[in-house]
Design a protein around this ligand. Structure first.
Ligand SMILES: O=C(O)C(O)[C@@H](O)[C@H](O)[C@H](O)COP(=O)(O)O
Length: 238
């Protein structure tokens, strides 16, 4: 793992840096492999990033978009991570619908939809069950409880390491999420975290010893590169 922690002066500087990194990873991936695969996060921090990506001129047909997690709601629900990314980015550009790999949420059974998305990913990457294919970029946020994607403290989802996708839960609210080994298979994992409310969690996530089950972002130790992009308020005491 190659870990880089950057503290930027403002949220807009953090977003600008995330944009630069993603553009550079996309260029490399398309040059080397003919396509760029990225998993998006929900939360509030990445929205201006998605808007900035929408303003770029990119070979959209070579870009495939996935989600690292999704709330178990229809795609037109205000809480949907897919809806946020579609409005801010995907609906604004000529990215083919077939390149938008949204998490299914309509079978009334999250286990069934998690298994469907798992299968969809295995088919896309031509990978066998038990293998963890590498996305080019997994974009993540971190909650002030140190959760990431929908891997929440002390939940069963943190123990799942035999598949790509599982059901997560925030209290009684079910979600669908990448498992931590699938995130860790990525070529680059980029965390964006802003705000003073993230400081106590960050201190635990960066501590040499702490409980991974209590602070799930500690489980993210990718084989490739790990970037932590923070704003000054989040990064103050690091
Ligand atoms: O669906 C979600 O909510 C997430 O993917 C989640 O893991 C998010 O990234 C963090 O909660 C940070 O959210 P903020 O960017 O709003 O701080």
């Amino acid at each position: 793992m190659n870990k880089t922690v950057e503290v930027h002066s403002s949220v807009s500087a953090l977003v600008q840096r995330a944009l630069e990194l993603i553009l550079s990873k996309a260029e490399t991936a398309i040059g080397e492999r003919g396509q760029f695969t990225i998993a998006l996060s929900g939360g509030s921090t990445p929205k201006p990033l998605y808007e900035a990506i929408a303003n770029q001129k990119l070979p959209w047909d070579k870009i495939h978009v996935f989600w690292g997690d999704e709330r178990y709601v229809p795609a037109d629900h205000p809480d949907s991570n897919e809806l946020m990314a579609r409005r801010a980015w995907l609906d604004q550009v000529a990215l083919p619908q077939a390149n938008i790999h949204a998490i299914p949420t309509l079978s009334a059974n999250p286990e069934v939809d998690a298994a469907k998305y798992n299968q969809h990913l295995q088919t896309f990457f031509n990978s066998a069950s038990g293998e963890f294919p590498a996305l080019d970029v997994v974009l993540l946020g971190m909650g002030d409880d140190a959760h990431t994607a929908s891997l929440f403290p002390y939940t069963e989802a943190l123990k799942v390491s035999d598949r790509l996708i599982t059901v997560g839960n925030k209290d009684d609210n079910l979600r669908i999420t990448f498992t931590y080994p699938f995130i860790n298979a990525a070529r680059s994992v980029i965390f964006m975290a802003a705000g003073a409310n993230k400081r106590p969690a960050l201190a635990q996530v960066f501590a040499p010893v702490a409980d991974d089950f209590a602070y799930p972002s500690r489980l993210i130790r990718p084989q490739g590169e790990l970037y932590w992009l923070l704003d000054a308020a989040a990064g103050l005491e690091l």
